[in-house]
Design a protein around this ligand. Sequence first.
Ligand code: ZN
Ligand code: ZN
Ligand code: FE
Length: 766
Amino acid sequence: MSRTRRLVRVRGVVQGVGFRPFVYRLATDLDLAGEVGNDGDGVFADVEGEPGQVQAFLDRLCRDSPVLAQVDEVTAAEAPVRDAAGFHIVATRGGTATTVPLPVDTGPCDDCVAELDDPSDRRYRHPFINCTNCGPRYTIIRSLPYDRPTTTMAGFLMCRACASEYADPGDRRFHAQPVACPDCGPRTTLLDPDATVLARDEDALQGTVQRLRDGAIVAVKGVGGYHLACDATSAIAVGELRRRKSRDDKPFAILVSDIAAAARLAHLGPAATAALASPARPIVLAPRREDADVDAAVAPGLVDVGLMLPPSPLHVLIARGVGRPLVLTSANLAHEPMVHDDAVAMATVAPLVDALLVHDRPIAVRCDDSVFRQVDDGGLAAIRRSRGHAPRRIPVPSSHDVTLAVGGHLKNTVTLVRGGEAVISQHVGDLDHPAALGAFHQAIDHLLAALDVTPTLVAHDLHPGYASTHAAQALGLPTVAVQHHHAHVAATLAEHGRRGPVLGIAFDGLGLGPEGGLWGGEFLVADLDSSRRVGHLVDVPQPGGDAAAREPWRMALAWLEASMGRARAEEEARRLDAEGLDARGLDVLAVSRAAITPTTSSVGRLFDAVAALLGVCHTNTYEGQAAVRLEAAAEMATSRADPDRDLPDGVVDVDGPVATLDARPLVSTIVQARDRGEGPSVVAARFHRDLARATAELACVLAARADLSTVVLGGGVFQNRLLTGQVTQRLRRSGLEVLVPRMVPCNDGGLSLGQAVVAGAAASGR
Ligand code: ZN
Ligand code: ZN
Ligand code: FE
């Protein structure tokens, strides 16, 4: 019978994910001869056999590839038949595989969980069980090539049983770098806060489970850092955790053992369900069920609850052992990044907890939990891309090599673009604190080392005061400053593989405009190269600068004075003063009028003002609190909302050279409704609808003027699913295409991606 031979090349995420054993099994199944191996470009295979079988091989190569693989390209070149016999996995060719993308951290696969549960398996209840289809990756890699000695598993000498699985192409653990078992792998230890060893291994697990059941707070060392855990059904435990961790109201995520348990706590659509169970094991925010058995203090004043399935086998054992929903929240001091270092944990986390469950596999790089939110159409929107998603690549419309973008100041991430692909780093956080700055530099170093590249261009925010801007300028490379809201719009464009031009709507808390203005409610005609401001929210004073972002009542007074005049604002200030502001209300109004006080067009600050005017939130204990609580209040009212109505006169003004969205008439009607005794929920819902309507009406006019048919949303305000849903619906009804951020966070976590593609477009001067 005639034979045929093909030289096959596979590119993408194909190393460290079990691709060679997969090819080996596939080829052997189909009676093909030849070989398979890794090289600097991915995986190569030389296959020879009956033509139909070779075709079947090529067909199944993509279709049946391992779960963690991401096949970008398969090529097959014809070659002369050699009549070879047998199929082999051959040694890696061409030294290190440096252009090959890295795999991400992955929750336990079904096969590993089955072994975890099997008393006859040698890895029964082993908290570090993993295989080529699952386990830690990005957080254990110290340098390239990705091989056991360059990971934090280097210190663990494989036992004979593990070594033979590791070497066996037919085994699920063939070349699984973190392979381990109870005889040779990492071990858990339960510690007292003073570092006294309480128990080890299975006893440590049992001790942890018992303590959590008894209401204790336990620090747990996870995949990308330490968490604090406690019984989420216990008001005492949750209250105590809040008291010890900080005084804020930041929502806690909940760890549940499985989907059924998650579905008992929240209304989950198919996308949320799939995401929860996905290998990345993110936190998914979805509306809490009325009868959910978790304490209300888990997420004060919010509609959503954040859920997570066990991100590692250790968490599987804890969640099942306790048998109740558990709070699992990042361990950190206020405003500092999540703790991932053992010594730091003993110094800073131990004093907060009753015990620590630790293990001896070091975490090479910190990686917070990823967060997605269930949105109106049942889909999901990224709030934070981190563990399980970093450093996954996304294709982008940028050809410039190699651009590093350093992000903004809050919710920082960094992005590297090369070869038409972007790699967004894990979440770094707010760069206020020295520890966060350290994390920022570590994230850049880890990304550059893991990808083995040197940037030729660095993009940063226009704000000269950002720590990220300073860092970018210190690198000694050509830099490009990118305007904040242009970057937000570009991030959404990049996610959708588009270059523009479009009408961009960028609503957020704050970004510097080109002339130094405090922007945050912007309508831009933009493409990747450039942007032009064609409309904005009217400016009002931002009394106290940054303090206004922490204290929404300040913006309430500024908006009230702008909308209803001095006397009405002073009356409100006196009322607030009497309620405990100690004369600061009148002081702030004086500041608000001062000529040196900057004005802002920020929609985020408008949300703050409305939340404070309605008594929903006067002080932010975490970023965006007033806005999320206002949205939650509105969501509680949507079922009994009053019918659509026309906007008050003058809200949309398109007469000037730059159009404005004037929210003053909206603020007046809000205060009037409040004073008539209407409940905050109904008024909040009406505010969302009016703002959405005004935004859409203005956008329609501006798009038509610029002859554009596509509108792009960006900026942290669009985390608000109510506003985003309504704006999108209205624009689509008007016949416009709307691009909404989904995979990439609309908040400043996506800023670095936008910066990178804008800088790349500028540099390549297309
Ligand atoms: Zn596995
Ligand atoms: Zn072993
Ligand atoms: Fe922003």
